[in-house]
Ligand binder design. Structure first.
Ligand code: NI
Ligand code: MN
Length: 226
């Protein structure tokens, strides 16, 4: 799979010939100032929750690409009123798409849309495809529910975990999360975008390394293959 990090919790993942973009927040992010949102091609937009730092460019990318949004019922209702299409889901549910199966899993956080509309409960996604299985945790605390993931889904090839602390778990808890989900290939997100979530990269890398795990902190806009 080709993976491009666009800052905060936004990733473009190419799998089964489809481009999935998660939590698009690019144009307001100074760290992603070199990215042209209008050049991003997407087949699906997946949104974990309604906070601005996860949805800012969703409408723009959806209109540019005429592509559906996959998210909670509440978030889809909000976008539906703007004339955008999508697929509503909720926790515990799964749906088969042409790239694979999306499973909605728990995230311990909050969710409100930019205009104050209730955004439903925040979620993470476990994506099962013929090319592998991965988890985008969204914004979340460390939660014991993560232990359900290896019980319910195929072995994860990699997982995207928030680790900037303050609004989500920090890297020390993310190390424990990687144990709970039984995954040693971790991509970090939700750090450094603004002052409250600045992260010491060396300390985070060392914390994972000491447990025999591989943490990747990707450069924004530079694709990698996993
Ligand atoms: Ni959030
Ligand atoms: Mn966030």
């Amino acid at each position: 799979m080709n993976i491009t990090f666009y800052g905060q919790a936004c990733f473009l993942i190419e799998v089964a010939g489809k481009k999935l973009i998660f939590d698009p927040f690019i144009s307001p992010n100074k760290m992603a100032a070199h990215i042209d949102v209008d050049k991003i091609e997407a087949d699906y937009i997946l949104i974990t929750h309604g906070h601005e730092d996860h949805v800012a460019d969703a409408e723009r990318i959806a209109r540019n690409n005429d592509c559906p949004i996959i998210s909670s019922f509440e978030i889809l209702s909000w976008y539906g009123a703007k004339g955008l299409k999508g697929h509503p889901m909720n926790h515990g549910g799964k749906w088969d798409f042409d790239f694979g199966t999306v499973n909605c899993v728990n995230a311990v956080h909050s969710s409100v849309l930019p205009d104050g509309t209730y955004g439903g409960n925040p979620m993470g996604f476990v994506i099962e495809t013929a090319e592998g299985c991965f988890y985008h945790a969204g914004d979340t605390a460390l939660t014991y529910d993560m232990k359900l993931i290896p019980m319910l889904y195929p072995k994860l090839d990699f997982a995207i975990l928030p680790m900037g602390d303050n609004f989500t778990m920090g890297y020390a808890h993310a190390v424990i999360a990687s144990d709970f989900i039984e995954c040693n290939e971790i991509i970090g997100c939700h750090y450094d975008t603004f002052g409250l979530i600045e992260m010491d990269h060396n300390k985070a890398l060392t914390a994972f390394n000491e447990k025999g795990k591989n943490l990747r902190l990707l450069d924004i806009g530079k694709p990698c293959t996993l």
